[in-house]
Design a protein around this ligand. Structure first.
Ligand code: TYM
Length: 328
């Protein structure tokens, strides 16, 4: 079976972009591939956090992922800091990544522009930790949204360089990006991606939002004034975003969906209805999971044990190929 790895940060609530661009595809892949899914709490430390915040968000995110349908029995679901090999391989890969490569990362440029007082070195070297996450599991496929494509390409470049320097060690992974909803846009500023760190939450659908609020946000989505429903992300970003969201919920092609509508109102109503039906059962399962946090913690501990069985020998392979002196 194909080995699949992906990760998500425990920062802010999960939003519709995370769900349609990534998590839903993980759930779909989990029974036909060997899935390894990681809550990347060390990545969340690259921006300032209050004591205790990352830990509680990690547990919450695990519950949300399970409510979305990720089955810890069928996959490996674990927390990055529970498997120390991630941080160790990250250091080794930092030493095989150039300053220039990291300096070209658009996510660093965007995120550092938003940090006013303190830009951590970790925010800059972040992609080397992401490369370690992926390469530690001999990963073949990485299901992610479009915004992660550049990081996966860097991972391939770093793996290739390491292999050339030290001999065949790492498998080169491929990004798997969904055909629709790979980049869900903000409902109020449809030229920006939907994000946990948007200035206002009017354009972001959060998984935990009251469903009446969710429907209202979609009905109030910014479109444009010509009232023509057409799939054209460049010229009509707001309308195309709604078509993409509706298509991702129903499994229809957004371009074909456009032909069914001649006004914005019905498109907005149908999109609101489709998103509410997607989120309703997730919210119900989440309420059940929240009643027993011990069950989630046990699932994460078992996940870390499973993850180590792969990560430990892969890290050993890398240190042996480098030729670090064996400690016995
Ligand atoms: P993160 O936590 O920002 O996002 C998790 C996943 O959600 C996708 N995503 C979106 N997809 C469509 N539309 C959007 N508006 C949208 N916003 C987010 C992301 O593409 C991602 O797949 N660096 C990663 C976490 C990470 C990782 C990894 C991913 C760490 N190690 C190894 C893959 C493999 C991140 O910050 O994702």
């Amino acid at each position: 079976m194909t080995r699949v790895f992906s990760g998500i940060q425990p920062t802010g609530d999960l939003h519709l972009g995370n769900l349609l661009g990534a998590v839903r595809n993980w759930v779909e892949m989990q029974h036909r591939s060997e899935g390894v899914f990681c809550i990347v709490d060390l990545h969340a430390l690259t921006v300032a956090t209050a004591p205790g915040e990352v830990g509680s968000r990690t547990l919450e995110l695990a519950q949300v992922l399970m409510a979305c349908g990720l089955d810890p029995e069928a996959t490996t679901l674990f927390v990055q800091s529970h498997v120390h090999e991630h941080a160790e391989l990250a250091w080794i890969l930092q030493c095989n990544t150039s300053f220039g490569e990291l300096n070209r990362m658009t996510q660093f440029k965007d995120k550092s522009a938003r940090q006013r007082d303190f830009i951590s070195a970790g925010l800059f070297t972040y992609p080397a930790l992401q490369a370690a996450d992926i390469l530690l599991y001999d990963t073949e496929e990485v299901p992610v949204g479009e915004d992660q494509r550049q990081h996966i390409e860097l991972t391939r470049d770093v793996a290739e360089r390491f292999n050339a320097r030290f001999g065949e060690t790492f498998i080169l992974p491929e990004a798997v990006i969904p055909p629709t909803a790979a980049r869900v846009m903000d409902l109020q500023n449809p030229t920006d991606k939907m994000s946990k760190s948007a200035e206002s939450d009017a354009g972001t659908i959060l998984l935990g939002d009251d469903l009446a609020v969710t429907a209202k946000k979609l009905r109030r989505a910014v479109t444009d004034s010509d009232n023509e429903v057409r799939w054209d992300p460049a010229a009509k970003p707001g309308v195309s975003n709604l078509l993409g969201i509706l298509g991702a919920c129903t499994g229809d092609d957004p371009e074909a969906l456009a032909e069914r509508y001649d006004q914005y109102g019905p498109l907005k109503n149908d999109t609101a209805e489709a998103v509410v039906s997607l989120l309703e059962p997730i919210q119900q399962r989440l309420a059940e999971l929240r009643a027993d946090p011990g069950e989630t913690s046990r699932a994460l501990a078992a996940g870390a044990d499973k993850a180590r069985t792969v990560a430990v020998p892969v890290l050993r392979r890398a240190t042996e190929h480098i030729g670090l002196l064996s400690g016995g």
